[in-house]
Every structure is written in C-alpha cells, then in structure tokens.
Design a protein around this ligand. Structure first.
Ligand SMILES: Cc1cc2nc3c(=O)[nH]c(=O)nc-3n(C[C@H](O)[C@H](O)[C@H](O)COP(=O)(O)OP(=O)(O)OC[C@H]3O[C@@H](n4cnc5c(N)ncnc54)[C@H](O)[C@@H]3O)c2cc1C
Length: 458
C-alpha cells in the first residue's frame, strides 16, 4: 500500500489530451457552460447536436474530467434516482417514467459512444448487488421482487449461483441487474466527450476559473482571471466544486469517496475468482463497497467510507486518506482471500456533490438565463447526461416531459448551516456505521431523518 501511487489510476493513463488554451480576453457565446466534467460536456455536446448553429463555449477551472468525472468507479447506471429503492421512496408515482427515461438515457450514452467512436471500454455488463449479511439478503429478496414488478431485468442468485459468477466466501446471495448498468473507463469517457464537443465546433477554455457571474444587457457575463464571456444563456455544471451560485450551498455538501486499484491479475488469479461476465459489483450495507474489473484485469475497489470534512473543506490533500485506504485494503483481503499478495498500485479520493435526497436537483437563476444541476451524490456517471437535457430544456423556457417531472420541479430538503451541519452529518455517519454493525437496524436519529426525507450517502 505504501508504494501505491497517490493518483487516480484512470487519469494517469496514456491518451490524456493536451490542455486547451486558457481564455485570454473577452469573448461572446450563445451558450456558456461552466465546468467540463460529464455534466458540462454532455450539455455542450447535446446543445450543439440539437442546433449546430449555436455558438457554445465551455470554461473549465482545471482540465476536462480532472475532478469526479475522471476518477470515479465507472459504474454507468440507468438509474436517475441513486438506485431503485431511493427512487421509490421519493418519487413513487413517477418511478415507471423515471425508469423508462433512465433506460433511454443509458441507451443514448451507448449510441453516443458508438457514434463518436469513444474508446472508453464501455461494456453493458450489468451489476451484481451482493449480500454479505442475512439482513442484506432479506432486503435484496424483497427489493428484487419490487424491481421485477416494475419491469427491471433482474435475477435473484442464491449463494452457490453468485459464487459461480464471482467467488467470494463473504457472499450470501445477490441480485444481478442484467441491463441497468454499464462499465466504462471514466477518464476516457470524459476525454472522448471533450473531443466530440471539439469536433462539433464547441470552444473549450481550460485552466480558466469563472470567478463571478453577473447580469449583462444581452444576457450574463462570466468574469475570469484574464478575460470574460458574454453569453445569452449559461449552464452551471460545477459539481461539488461549485461556489458561483450561493443558493446551491444549502443543498449540496462535498463528500469524499476513496478508491484503490490493484495491479493486473494474472490469468490464474482471475480464474481463482471467476468473474467471467465482468459485472460491476456493489455490496448492500449502508456503507457499501463498489468494485469492478478494468480492461487489463485490475480490480478497482472503492467506497465504504464517505467522509465529510467539517466546514465542507475541499483541499487536494484530502484526496489522500491513509486510514481509509487501510480499511479498504483489509476489506478487499476478506472478500478475496484467494488474491493474497496482490499489490495495490494506485490510491485516490475525490469529491461527490451529496444532497439530502441523493439524486440530482435542477433549477434556474438570473431570470431563467442560467440553469443548474447538482446533487448527483455518487451516481452521476449516467445521470449527468439526463441532467444536461433537463438544463437545456429549462433554458428553452417551454414545458417539456423532463421539466414537468416532480423530480425536476422539487428541491431536496436543505442541510442546516455550519457548524450545525457538521454535527448533524458526523452523527449521521456514526449512526449509519452502527446500523451496519447491528443487522441494519436504524436508530432513532436515522428514523427521524428518514421521516424528514433527509439523508447522507455516497
Ligand atoms: C471516487 C468517486 C467514485 C465515484 N464512482 C461513481 C460511479 O461508479 N458511478 C457513478 O455514477 N458516479 C460515481 N461517482 C460520481 C460521479 O463521478 C459524479 O456524479 C459525476 O462525475 C459528476 O459530474 P459533474 O460534471 O457534475 O462534476 P465534476 O466531474 O466534478 O465536474 C465539475 C467541473 O466543474 C469545474 N468547475 C467548478 N467550479 C468552476 C468555476 N468556478 N469555473 C470553471 N470551472 C469550474 C471543476 O473544475 C470540474 O472540472 C464517483 C465520484 C467519486 C469522487
């Protein structure tokens, strides 16, 4: 572990594009997008596809995909609601529609990857939700029946069947969601979307932070260090890093999620665990692990700890957290004892834009000339494309199927301000960990939050 490189594995791969020139001077645009993660890149791409004559500019503080979009687990899920159960709990009447829209979204991501020949190892493997304790198995059995009733392509696997797929002595059973999730190389997806945008004539300025957004006569003005953009319309796609619109801060808290990457498995190591169908895997505790194979048969192993640093601080130093890496390594060893001796080559963390309902929220500001989406809470790889369409529809000003959704119209319950916020979140984290140690039983605090529609997750 000590020798592991303190960098997101995906972003260290060959093929990173050379950064675009920063903005130097004034410019204009029909649409200016702030942020070049998936959210911003999808918005720019879809805007150009819808109207090739539109002059679209993307302004990015770092380089495209450097943040969450280039360092995540690469689970590209159809779910728009941070999973089925969360969707049913919050938007029960809309679930059939949200499930359909999510499936269409995933299909459209697949066809975009094909259309632009994006080399991002996109594979529709599905996902195994595994149970490692009896209470999780009971929940999975009940959840699988509810998912099947709403038409999801799910299969319940008992202990022997799941271990025939992937062999861990910790597994008691699983639900295989066969078509609701694809695995993707996240950085290559971001780089490919960036390239697709450029190919359609989008102008991208990197290493250009937007300092301020203000109203101007013909629209809005984005102030940058050595220039500025006068734009008719603006999309704010700044994820957990956004500080440009004050009202978002009551809804979003930055939460750190951490991951390890192993060296490539030899064929005998791979044979020892099976995994021929290469599904993404998530376990079913409140503090869950997610893991998957890479194209060259490494295992990415992440999750479990979701860390909020008091005061909502975001600093590069917090991308490294040895205590979490040690815990993750211990859990990996318990899950795959057959792989004893396998080395970790990379360790990293990143920030997630957590909101209290765990699924994105949307809105407009500056008299409808700016649209935003935030709050993807750890499941934004696929859902950001849906969010991009919502933002463009909101800017269009006419009601559409998407802007009529309750999920789009309603906001999450806000978090309290600091320092109460830190206290509430740390108590919640403690309670969640306790529930996992006590057969999933939720204490009074968690039950109260559940009743209020408030939560904390990754
Ligand atoms: C470790 C980790 C694992 C994850 N695993 C998964 C997973 O397996 N599946 C899944 O669905 N989701 C996962 N997620 C979440 C997923 O990565 C995010 O939901 C998604 O990438 C969000 O995209 P985004 O474009 O909204 O934000 P980001 O990728 O964070 O991009 C926001 C961009 O805005 C830029 N920006 C901010 N402020 C300014 C400014 N003032 N001026 C200019 N630019 C600005 C930033 O520099 C950044 O590039 C994970 C996240 C992390 C951190």
């Amino acid at each position: 572990m000590k020798d592991a490189l303190p960098e997101p594995y995906w972003l260290t791969q060959a093929g990173a594009p050379a950064p675009a020139e920063p903005l130097n001077g004034p410019t204009t645009a029909d649409l200016a997008v702030v942020g070049a993660g998936y959210s911003g890149l999808w918005t720019a791409l879809i805007a150009k596809e819808r109207d090739p004559s539109l002059d679209v500019v993307v302004v990015e503080a770092g380089t495209a995909g450097w943040a969450a979009s280039g360092r995540n687990g690469g689970f590209c899920a159809a779910s728009l609601t941070h999973g089925f159960d969360n969707g049913v709990a919050r938007f029960p009447d809309e679930m059939p529609q949200l499930l359909r829209l999510g499936r269409e979204n995933l299909d459209e991501i697949a066809s975009t990857v094909d259309r632009y020949k994006i080399d991002c190892d996109f594979r529709r493997t599905g996902e195994l939700h595994v149970a490692t304790e009896e209470w999780q198995w009971r929940d999975l059995v009940a959840g699988c029946a509810a998912e099947a009733a709403l038409g999801l392509d799910v299969e319940l696997l008992d202990r022997d069947s799941v271990r025939a797929e992937v062999d861990s002595p910790t597994y008691l059973g699983a639900v295989w969601d066969r078509t609701g999730c694809a695995m993707v190389d996240p950085a290559r997806l971001a780089w490919g979307l960036r390239e697709a945008c450029l190919s359609l004539g989008v102008r991208i300025y990197e290493n250009t932070k937007v300092e301020r957004i203000s109203s101007a006569r013909a629209g809005l003005f984005l102030q940058t260090w050595r220039g500025g953009v006068s734009a008719r319309r603006v999309v704010l796609a700044t994820g957990a890093h956004g500080r440009l619109l004050k009202r978002l801060q009551q809804f979003v808290v930055p939460v750190y999620d951490y991951a390890l990457m192993t060296e490539p498995l030899s064929s005998s190591q791979l044979a020892a665990i099976g995994w021929r169908n290469r599904q993404g895997i998530g376990d079913s505790a409140n503090q869950f692990h997610y893991y998957r194979l890479t194209a060259d048969n490494r295992i990415l192993w992440g999750g479990y700890d979701a860390v909020y640093f008091n005061g909502g601080r975001i600093t590069p130093a917090q991308d490294q957290r040895e205590a979490t890496f040690e815990v993750l390594a211990d859990h990996f060893a318990a899950t795959f004892p057959q792989l004893d001796g396998l080395r970790f080559t990379h360790k990293w963390g990143g920030v997630i834009d957590c909101c209290s309902r765990f699924s994105a929220f949307f809105g407009t500001a500056h008299g409808g000339r700016l649209a935003y989406a935030a709050g993807y809470t750890g499941l934004g790889v696929g859902a950001t494309r849906f969010g991009a369409k919502v933002m463009l529809d909101l800017l269009g000003g006419r009601p559409t199927e998407l802007t009529s959704l309750k999920m789009v119209r309603a906001k999450p319950v806000p978090f309290p301000p600091e320092p109460v916020r830190s206290g509430v979140i740390q108590l919640t984290r403690w309670s969640i960990a306790r529930a996992d140690r006590h057969q999933g039983r939720r204490n009074l605090w968690l039950r109260t939050l559940d009743a209020m529609g408030l939560g904390f997750d990754s």
